[in-house]
Design a protein around this ligand. Structure first.
Ligand code: IMP
Length: 188
């Protein structure tokens, strides 16, 4: 088990940290945020990006650290933007995605999260996914990133952007990945 039940998340995104911290708290784990430089490689799969990133954080030699990488895979666009989600959001934005999807019937999409834990010289990966669809307009001002255009299938028709963190945490890709991490850590 972790000493002090504490682990660190290397992220520049406070939303991600807040969501993950609430999940881990349910398992008695304390997730603190680590301000550090992260190397983000460009690769076709999130697993490779997350593992490379956590393995190049110097602080990971002395304490348990997690890095999370997420991506939105739109089926009609053959998985785009996927691992390029961050770049696409910064360039064409939500409006650009909605434009690409104009008049498209098949709006299915998968949000995927990969959590890479570096602990005692080993890397462990935990994956979470949520199926949903792309909204036809931007809805909601909560959350971040693609939240206002992603409607999870298991929800009530609202986008993640229209949900509180706790509601999003009952369904999200990130919540699922972090629950897997928590179960693994607490069962050892
Ligand atoms: P990252 O590389 O893991 O930070 O995420 C890739 C892109 O997806 C970034 O533009 C994020 O804002 C966005 N993103 C990641 N997770 C979520 C989420 O839970 N909801 C909405 N957008 C997200």
């Amino acid at each position: 088990m972790l000493r002090g039940r504490t682990l660190w998340m290397a992220t520049g995104n406070p939303h991600k940290h807040r969501e993950a911290r609430i999940i881990l708290m349910e398992y008695g784990l304390d997730l603190r945020r680590l301000e550090t430089k992260r190397i983000e490689i460009q690769a076709d799969d999130l697993e490779e990006i997350a593992a490379y990133s956590v393995e190049h954080i110097p602080e990971a030699d002395s304490r348990p650290i997690v890095v999370e990488d997420a991506g939105l895979f739109i089926h009609h666009l053959k998985g785009f933007p996927g691992p390029y989600s961050s770049y696409v959001l910064k360039t064409i934005g939500l409006g650009g995605i909605l434009k690409l999807m104009e008049g498209v019937q098949n709006r299915e999409a998968t949000f995927k999260s990969v959590v890479a834990l570096r602990w005692r010289g080993e890397t462990h990966l935990f994956v979470g996914e949520v199926q949903g669809r792309i909204a036809t307009e931007i809805r909601g001002s909560q959350g971040f990133g693609y939240d206002p255009i992603f409607i999870p299938d298991e929800g009530d028709g609202r986008t993640f952007g229209e949900m509180t963190i706790r509601e999003k945490n009952t369904l999200s890709h990130r919540a699922r990945a972090f629950r897997r991490l928590a179960l693994w850590l607490t069962s050892r």
